[in-house]
Design a protein around this ligand. Structure first.
Ligand code: SAH
Length: 265
């Protein structure tokens, strides 16, 4: 959600990251969904260069690495996640082609037109969907792919409570057709899009938070701010269960279009 003043929903980003160090993943998703998105990508070889932006501790990166050839660079701005990421890569003996680096998705140092694939699960909101599409496109080879998951509305209208929650969290949440139009306008071919199933939220995101909460409560015994963070996480889970007919996450697989005319602004 938006990162102004280094807060998310009013909480210090470092505190949130510390909490999520103890979870399997830091956003909704699953190994099955990562592989489904990967199935639409057909340009990868041993020489391919892949970036995973906002990689977190690398849950999805390791799945990607085990099923796709090429070198993967994970970028995340939280050093604790990158440390865990590189340990995970080593455990799986992937360290020769999977490397995590501390950095920011809005200040990338890749060469222009150099990447075969940019991956980003549940993280593009940090830069904003349209800005990410536009800026990251520069680093892709012509015909290269961008695969991102992002929050979407399922309906044109929705109850005020959930609308207001999202407007305070991430105003760029939009319907799938509107997102696809943005993808097309930004100079990509929208290759595929699909909605993440419910288990990506419940089994892989909300449920594993219980263990992280226990660890966190022990570490910060008596901290009011930690209790507030936990309450806020519970509220998010409750809102999801109440309003999941109205919103969720979608994966978008986009291919950098070779332009024959200027991209409209
Ligand atoms: N892709 C992971 C993590 C998603 S959570 C998963 O699906 O599990 C979003 C991630 O974006 C967090 O790890 C957070 O530290 C990272 N992040 C936030 N702002 C960032 C920025 N400006 N540059 C790089 N990473 C950022």
């Amino acid at each position: 959600m938006n990162n102004d003043n280094n807060t998310i929903l009013g909480f210090d980003v470092n505190l949130i990251c510390d909490f999520f160090l103890n979870t399997e993943r830091q956003g909704p998703g699953s190994p099955e969904v990562t592989l489904k998105a990967l199935s639409f990508i057909d340009n990868l070889t041993d020489k391919s260069l892949i970036a995973d932006l906002g990689c977190g501790t690398g849950g999805q990166t390791m799945i990607l690495a085990q099923h796709a050839p090429g070198k993967i660079t994970g970028i995340d701005f939280f050093p604790g996640f990158i440390e865990r990421f590189n340990k995970n890569a080593e455990k799986l003996n992937l360290q020769n082609r999977v490397k995590g680096i501390v950095g920011s998705m809005d200040d990338l140092s890749f060469e222009k037109d150099s990447l075969d694939l940019i991956w980003s699960e549940g993280a593009i909101y940090n830069i904003g969907f349209e800005r990410g599409l536009k800026e990251w496109r520069n680093y892709l080879k012509p015909g290269g792919y961008l695969a991102v998951s992002e929050s979407v509305w399922f309906t044109d209208q929705r109850p005020a409570e959930i609308h207001d929650f999202w407007m305070s969290a991430y105003t760029e949440i939009d319907t799938v057709p509107n997102k696809v139009a943005q993808i097309q306008k930004a100079g990509y071919i929208p290759v595929a899009t699909f909605i993440l199933p419910e288990n990506c939220w419940i089994e892989h995101y909300f449920t594993p938070q219980a263990k992280a909460e226990e660890i966190f409560r022990r570490k910060h015994a008596g901290s009011r701010i930690v209790e507030e963070l936990i309450t806020s996480n519970h509220r998010e889970a409750e809102l999801y269960s109440k309003y999941k007919a109205y919103y969720g996450y979608a994966f978008f697989i986009c291919k950098k279009r070779i332009l024959t005319e200027k991209v409209s602004e």
